[in-house]
Design a protein around this ligand. Structure first.
Ligand SMILES: [Zn+2]
Ligand SMILES: [Zn+2]
Length: 338
């Protein structure tokens, strides 16, 4: 999607498999007031009392030896399910200083969220939103909006309509005190962006940060990059690209069990110009792309293992979902989640 000088990416995914997360406050009387923490290095969920041993300098329980900084705290884990989802990934506008990136991202998230609620006349219970690292781009984030009920009403899908998207952009400006006789607030207030639910983010909100972005979106054009393709790749071509008999066996099981075939085999993932890893199978999902490693006996050697883990934790940091298959009997259980 391109407006004046801003290029952002908007994607829609019907029934995306997402883990619902929320930042603590929504369930104030939960038994574990600190919620969960997520290790960004190894992608493991931790309870608050596991953090210390997970980041112990001498005897870490984290295979990636994560430091304290890698632990994202106060996340509340709800459930995993299939939800209609729209994601928004936008580079930081040129006029905003890099150290204010987090303020920009959080403000943009809340602004577009409020715009969606107004434009579609929805309650906060019907749509929720969170920020996650963007797939493949260091430091960038993807804003996720999802319908909270599984198989929801499908309103998010209509966001992919240009007129609808522009309408949301206009509504957001009204939310942000855009009416001529609205005196507005300094950075954010309970009339615009703040709510009881987003208290932990209040100090990050500054509506001035997103004004230019929103203005350019009013005239934005949606360009379809690639239509969502959940058909998967061609079986014979994938088979041809396989490196080992074990990969071929796994591919057969994926097909025979009726799961969607990978989009590609032996797909090289780059970070900028630098090749990072070549997963055996690859699913090009808009929300979170999936890299599948089919680990045969060669992967059991220690030096290979170390190299594998280094590459894989880097992929995770880049926002990919990383899956390792060591036995074809694991396929049904794992593929249900892809
Ligand atoms: Zn870890
Ligand atoms: Zn305000």
């Amino acid at each position: 999607m391109e407006g004046d000088g801003v290029e952002a990416r908007v994607t829609y995914e019907g029934s995306a498999n997402i883990i619902l997360v929320n930042s603590g406050l929504r369930d104030a009387d939960d038994d574990d007031p600190d919620g969960f923490a997520l290790c960004m290095e190894c992608n493991r969920w931790l309870t608050s009392d596991q953090i210390e041993s997970h980041t112990d300098e001498d005897d870490s329980e984290c295979y990636a030896n994560a430091s304290e900084e890698a632990i994202k705290r106060d996340i509340e884990l709800f459930s995993e399910g299939q939800h209609d989802t729209v994601t928004l990934t936008s580079p930081l506008p040129a006029d905003i200083e890099p150290q204010r990136a987090e303020e920009f991202d959080r403000t943009l998230k809340e602004t577009v969220y409020q715009g969606i609620l107004v434009a579609f006349d929805l309650e906060e219970e019907e749509i929720d939103t969170f920020v996650k690292p963007a797939t493949g781009e260091h430091g960038q984030v993807t804003i996720v909006f999802y319908e909270t009920s599984e198989g929801g009403a499908g309103v998010l899908h209509s966001l992919m309509d240009e007129a609808r998207f522009r309408q949301v952009a206009r509504e957001t400006q009204t939310v942000l005190h855009g009416d001529p006789d609205d005196e507005g607030c300094e950075r954010a207030c309970y009339e615009c962006l703040m709510s009881f639910y987003n208290q932990s983010e209040h100090e990050l909100f500054d509506r001035a940060l997103v004004e230019t972005w929103l203005e350019s979106m009013e005239t934005a054009a949606l360009t379809e990059i690639a239509s969502e393709n959940h058909e998967g790749g061609d079986f014979d071509e994938l088979l041809e690209a396989c490196d080992s008999n074990f990969e071929r066996t796994v591919l057969h099981v994926i097909r025979d069990e009726g799961f969607t075939l990978p989009d590609e085999a032996q797909h090289v993932i780059y970070d900028g110009d630098e090749p990072v890893a070549k997963p055996d199978f690859f699913y090009d999902r808009a929300g979170t792309a999936v890299a599948v490693f089919v680990d045969g006996p060669a992967h059991e050697k220690d030096y290979v293992k170390e190299d594998d883990e280094r590459k894989r934790s880097r992929l995770k940091r880049m926002g990919y979902r990383v899956i390792s298959v060591t036995d074809e009997s694991q396929v049904p259980k794992i593929w249900e989640t892809i």
